[in-house]
Ligand binder design. Sequence first.
Ligand SMILES: C[S@@+](CC[C@H](N)C(=O)[O-])C[C@H]1O[C@@H](n2cnc3c(N)ncnc32)[C@H](O)[C@@H]1O
Length: 288
Amino acid sequence: MTFELETVHKYPVKISLQKWFLKYLMDKLEACSCDISEKFFYLYCDLLQREKENQEAQYHHFPLPSSNKCIIIKGDGNFLSGGTTGLSLWQAGFALAEWCLENRERIVGKTVLELGSGCGFTGMAIAAGCSAKQVIMTDGHKKVLQQLVETVNINCSEEIIEVGSEDNQDLLLKTCVEETAVSVLNLPWENSSDVKIEEPPELIIAADVVYDPSSFKDLSKTLLNLLARTEGVEVILACTLRNEDTLNGLFATLGDQVSVIEEQPPGKDYFVYEHQFPVLFFRLTLLS
Ligand SMILES: C[S@@+](CC[C@H](N)C(=O)[O-])C[C@H]1O[C@@H](n2cnc3c(N)ncnc32)[C@H](O)[C@@H]1O
């Protein structure tokens, strides 16, 4: 999505943010002894009223570095929205997008599959900024998949092909962002081996999927299954370090068939987000 005034009108940013910005602007004008147009006060009152009514959809706009593109995500910013973790924006998702932009040469021309895509920020950032051949965003939660489809609808100007045929009911949507094919796939870790993936991924990525030990058996099975599909495929995991034992628990479940090497985190911040915990990056490959 290109960054234009029209886009901001269509997908308005959070009212609290608009209010904050307007107040900031008025304070600055006041500090320079400038007259403040009464339109600003009317607008401020209008925002207060709309915030009280609280019925409008709100969008987050994230400009992509060194381009006029931005990623737009619909959401209220609550951590556990709709009874799932997948409807929020997570720190590791931003960090993984930054890692991908910084390691673009490892992604150009490749088919990338993302596990636990959540809102779809990371996948969309890769599609818009890394010249991948294909980005397959996946999740296993019904509401999250709906949000993923909506994210793609908002951010892709190309024709959206809604799929989910008898042949492959899990493939929910297909489109492209410039030269990158983008799709949304229902891929629950519990039965990932039954899911048909049209093109074998060459790179598998996931952000903040290592937090619930009860999911490790299925997540490990999914990772091992995907690693075995294509020769030379690698997994990049961006893990929020809340508890070291939890992280080690996943590696223990993966067992000795997999090599785990820590990767350098991105050197720069490309997006504005809260840095609450360290985010560690790991490269997983299958040992021969
Ligand atoms: C903490 S969120 C991270 C979302 C996104 N990667 C990010 O960083 O913003 C974890 C994601 O994993 C997904 N997930 C959890 N368990 C899953 C499972 N068994 N199968 C597929 N997806 C799952 C959730 O629906 C959610 O989208």
